[in-house]
Design a protein around this ligand. Sequence first.
Ligand code: BES
Ligand code: ZN
Ligand code: ZN
Length: 493
Amino acid sequence: MDIRVDEKLTEETDLLVLGLCEGDKDYYKSIDKDLADELERVIKAKIFSSKFGSIYTTWLKNKLRVLILGVGTEKEFSIERLRRALARAVKYAKGNNIERFSTNLVSYFFQRKAEDERLIGRGAAEGIILASYSFDKYLTPKEEKKPLSTIFIQWKKEKKSFELGLCEGTIIAESTNYVRDLVNEPSILVTTDYLAAQAQAIAKTFKKTVSVRVLGRKELEKEGCNAILAVGKGSIQEPKLVILEYKGGNKGDQSTAIVGKGITFDTGGYNIKLTGYIETMKTDMAGAAIVLGTIKCLAKLNVKKNVCGVFATCENAVSGSSYKPGDIIRAYNKKTIEITNTDAEGRVVLADALAYTEKNYKPKQIIDLATLTGACFVALGNQISGAISTNKDLLRNLQKAGEESYDRLWELPLLDEYMDGMDSTVADVKNSEPIKYGAGTIMGAVFLKQFVEKVPWAHLDIAGTTFLQEEKEYLPKGATGAGTRLLLYYLLR
Ligand code: BES
Ligand code: ZN
Ligand code: ZN
């Protein structure tokens, strides 16, 4: 997608996309008298309104197609509104075989309301590129479609930060689309080998800043990562721990570690999942995909930070060699885990990944991302991820990045009273406790905390936000990439 910036609205285009906010009459008079009259008529007739989401299409001087979007009141203008308005424009263009459009939306919003130019640019590129995404490679095309290729953005204010933002937003959104692809691709393709190969490809492309290590079965045995090995035992796929080190910062600077859950398919194991729950379980590697997408984006943007990206990947399959309820496993940090439910496998692989990361990479903080609990979807739905942390500052800053990117987080408490919830009578900790406390998402974190010794840590549960049953604004049906932009906004601050 080619995004161009100009002070004027170009007329050499297939479509003009214009905003209309409440009470704005004069703007259209300055564009075209007939158009202004027409708008007055259709607003009076209640065919169109300035309410956000209302749309009207017409022609300018009988030759240029015009799409007018109601964008609400001036007070409601925000970067998120801009993302959504541009997303609507993109979807309209794609649905109508339009190859290029020009729009005043960005300047229309922020001529009137001040915002950081760089964040406006980011938001604009994100709205466009996130909304352009579709996962249709396996569909036989019904008709020849022209792709939307060029968007002209009118922008009259300071140009440098705005264009920097556009450039960042483009790469952030493309990285998010890469994560969406990894999550949408079926588990027949996205195996543990495939994810490791993605990491290796990133390290190869960015030789100067990115290095990769892949621990396979043999290395995991040697290191004592028995928790990852246990979950992967029932599958023909080889369990792996993958570490991508991005070194964009100063040499001695401690890194932020991001750790992802990479279950390529979660059958539930012997605690097998039922129809209605199992269908989408190819998405259970979203945490790992986010780690890949984030490191790739940091390297592309040449961000001046050190970030250590780690993911544990295996398949939770059913077979004669699968791990079973009642098994007791010794994790990397020597703690023993009683398996009470083979479907609580994510926390088991993360146990090793977290402990291994803290011990061997000595990060200043760890953020893990995991499609960990169905309970998180029950509590928060599909529009906001759950966050649990041992460090207030880390959590607040992640939440701020969440608001800015609109890839949001809601805090859940790690209450003292719940801390014995995962105690076992035969091992140091058990992996599930369905009855005593409820609080399924918090219990996941109570378990994980056993495997983080002292470094500030935040756990992000993305089980609800990773996958949508129907599209919403710039989020497509299927994989959303939720968590990616959040992390990138956080790391770019
Ligand atoms: N991968 C699932 C969680 C999940 C559910 C992700 C729905 C996306 C959508 C996880 O491994 C799981 O099965 N968790 C169990 C935990 C329970 C056994 C303690 C759950 O949520 O039921
Ligand atoms: Zn599971
Ligand atoms: Zn799972």
